[in-house]
Design a binder for this molecule. Structure first.
Ligand code: HEC
Length: 102
């Protein structure tokens, strides 16, 4: 019977052996050596949720919603209060009027 691997160059065969060894070693390390708690993603997820919840809530403005909620923006434009702006807030006046006295 003819050897089917006879035409495989010697260097390629060695390279395949090295690849198989590295892949096998990686599987063994990931499966059996690294402790399960190191592979647990819930810790990172919980940390991310805590970090995002700690961020201050800011008003994004209606423009931020227009990309995906065009129908809502169109309906708002038809409303009686479409041109109403909360101009009495100091942050909208462009300068700081200070806090009101007692
Ligand atoms: C990147 C796209 C995107 C942007 C930007 C976006 N939304 Fe949404 N929003 C969605 C999708 C998708 C849904 C789910 C729609 C559904 O389930 O029918 C949704 C749902 C909602 C809902 C619930 C609607 C319902 O009927 O339950 C509200 C309220 C909402 N968005 C408000 C906002 C506001 C306010 C903004 C701007 C600050 C905003 N969205 C920006 C994509 C977006």
């Amino acid at each position: 019977m003819k050897n089917p691997f006879a035409k495989v160059p010697d260097a390629l065969a060695r390279l395949l052996i090295v690849f198989a060894a590295v892949i096998g070693l990686t599987i063994v390390v990931v499966k059996f050596v690294i402790p399960p708690r190191f592979k647990e993603t819930s810790i990172q997820w919980a940390d991310t949720v805590r970090r995002e919840n700690a961020r201050p809530v800011r008003f994004a403005g209606a423009v931020a919603c227009a990309d995906c909620h065009a129908e809502v923006i169109a309906e708002k434009r038809k409303g009686y209060h479409s041109s109403t702006r909360p101009t009495n807030r100091p942050s909208n006046l462009g300068f700081d009027v200070g806090t009101p006295g007692p």
